[in-house]
Design a protein around this ligand. Sequence first.
Ligand code: C2E
Ligand code: CA
Ligand code: CA
Length: 783
Amino acid sequence: MLQSGRHLNAGQPGRTATVAALNDLAHWRAQVFTRILQFVLVLGLLTALPSMVLNLSKGLWSVAVLDVAALSWLVAIWRFGGMSYKARVLNLLAVCFLFGVGLLVKIGPVSQIYLMAVPVLAALLLGLRAGLCGLAATSAALLLIGYQTDTFPDLAGLQVGRLLKWCIITLNYLFITAVLTLSCGVLLRRLASSLDELRATAVSLAEGQDALHALNAELRLTAAAVARLNDMVMIAEVASGAGEQRIIFVNQAFERRTGYRREEVLGRSLRLLQGPDTARGTLERIALAMGRSEAVRAELLNYTRGGEPYWVETELVPFADEGGNYTHWVAVERDISERKKSEDDIHRLAYFDVLTGLPNRRLLMDRIDKLLASAERGATISAVMHIGLDNFKYINEARGHAIGDALLKNAAIRLAQLTRKADTVARIGGDEFVVLLAHLGGDNAGAAHAALMVAEKVRHVIAQDFTIEGQSYASSASIGVTLMPPGGKGAQDLLREADIAMHRAKAGHQGVAFFEAAMQADVEQRLNLERELASAIETHQLSMHVQAQVDHAGRPIGAELLMRWQRPDGSWVPPSRFIPLAEESGQILHLGTWALRQACTAVLQLAQAGHPLPLSVNVSPNQFRQADFVEQVRAILSDSGAPAALLIFEVTEGLLIDNLDDTIARMRELAALGIRFSIDDFGTGYSSLAYLKKMPLYELKIDKSFIQDTPGDASVTAIVQSILAMARHLGLRVVAEGVETQEQANFLIDNDCHAMQGYLYARPAPLPALLAMLRATSAVTVE
Ligand code: C2E
Ligand code: CA
Ligand code: CA
């Protein structure tokens, strides 16, 4: 383009001709000659007429004839334009020469003046050499003809011979004429060389001008091309210091794509097009390159004036001035949104399941690999859970693929809703899903437990009927789980293990199976225990023990009901084992209701025996939070006929963490029935005076962990004392739990603790034991 541009205006004929004409001395001489001829004619006529009259009056016929002849000749030269320049000049010179010779013969030395014209004009019109020839010829003529035809007196009285006289005349003539001829000749030579120089300058000027024109045209062409380019072009000034790169040019493509008009962006920062999702990392890389004045290429997400995002491939090139200083940045950007979109499509097809939109096997493997890498660093345990839909194949075959697909989609949605953000739910084929549970815990048991919880939830959501086109379909899931301990296994191994476990679960109809044998044993035990507990109430394996609460004199003033589970084989399952299990499986609701009924029965039995003691019953947070809890309590009270005033509900501080207002409202409803509230394990949770004041509370139970260290440990003792003081201040009763020694009892009595509960006074035992104790103490009192 550069080359072709340069040739655009090169070689203009008009200007070259002008230059040539300027330089052409011959041309110039021709013009001068024409003028001289005109002058000679006009002046010749003007001088010839008076001279002719004079000559005729004096009888000088020959001179008059000479005049006429010379004038005629001149007219002829003037008129015959066809003659060459040289011929015309020679004619003119001949006229002058012959006229001069004629006058020399007729009039004498005065004719020198005409002779002189010959060399001078020759030098002027033909050059120095012709001038010198003319000088030689006229000098010779003057000397010879003057000498031959000498009819004139001596020179100003100089007594010399004729030859010498003419030699003197000729020498004088020669001297002045030579000076004039040489001056003329040298002047013209100089003029010629000056003209040469001038011509060279003119030529170079003309060339420069041509180049400038070409450059100008090229610039216009480039500007037009850039303006009409399909790529977006921005030019910005290099920022000084910490300033911004200010835009000084944008092309039409830029205006079209971004929606900004040129006037709007000029002077604004290059960052104008960046937005919330423009990759920070890429921007930093660009900034780094710009800082080093290096060209940089990148793919960026830009935003139009209206906020629509679009992808560009951008190339930023620094532009240096002649001094090598970087003055501008040229950014050329190409819209690659389409390409990005197809890349995304390809990515989606490559990494996601088309039917459900869930990650596919490949992406799953990727994620497992990443997790394995991070597990090596952080040493947390994750789990791979393989889920198979048990009767999918049957539905798919019997009801057709459309129903089958809909079922899979629904299952996918349910699974996706169930998991945390960090987890991955993938579909790896047919009716097989894999859930990758990230970072479940630091140890195997904890992680296995957490995985089992999720597995139970999965089983639960899949077990809900699927309604497709108005028809409902039952399904169930078999789940295989394998743990991902740090190191060792690869993604393939883990998927295979989970798959094996899933098939084991399916074959054994057990719902969930772990690949690891130890985990499996644990899980099976839990599942068995859960199953056993479900039938424990009906098979009368559960019972309620009571543990007395005594006053400072050791007299029972209340008792706590504690649940006991004895298996048919006679073994006891501790509450610390089955209560949390029941909480997790939801069985606690059933157990809680049963415990409440038992409490009512016990209250009535005590009252009938003449000991209307209040009984404390433990209420789990899940139980308390049931929407119809108040209704249940009311129903149980009215069924049993037990007075609410003899029931104390023990709740833990955990209940108060969320929905405090709801909890308090519900407590008030129950309090209105006559039920009293006690905060169990007080001091271990989130005690705050603020909520204590708001609740309809009756008592606090100081946790046994504090009592154990009292009064031995000074700081723990201080805590117990401050709880007692605070309770007194709030008007609450205090029960100390886990009192095992007399020393503990003495300390509590000394500090005005209202009631004590612990092995020191009584172990939890069936109700008859409490009745016996009551009888014993009342007997003592009676005595
Ligand atoms: P908790 O409500 O704090 O019950 C007091 C626990 O302290 C009982 O354990 C009791 O046997 C024990 N204990 C009483 N005196 C002493 C003592 O002097 N020294 C020691 N070391 N321990 C003493 P248990 O019966 O094993 O019950 C454990 C937990 O199970 C209870 O703690 C309670 O949270 C829960 N639980 C028991 N029965 C029920 C129930 O019917 N419903 C609900 N929701 N939870 C219950
Ligand atoms: Ca309790
Ligand atoms: Ca307790």
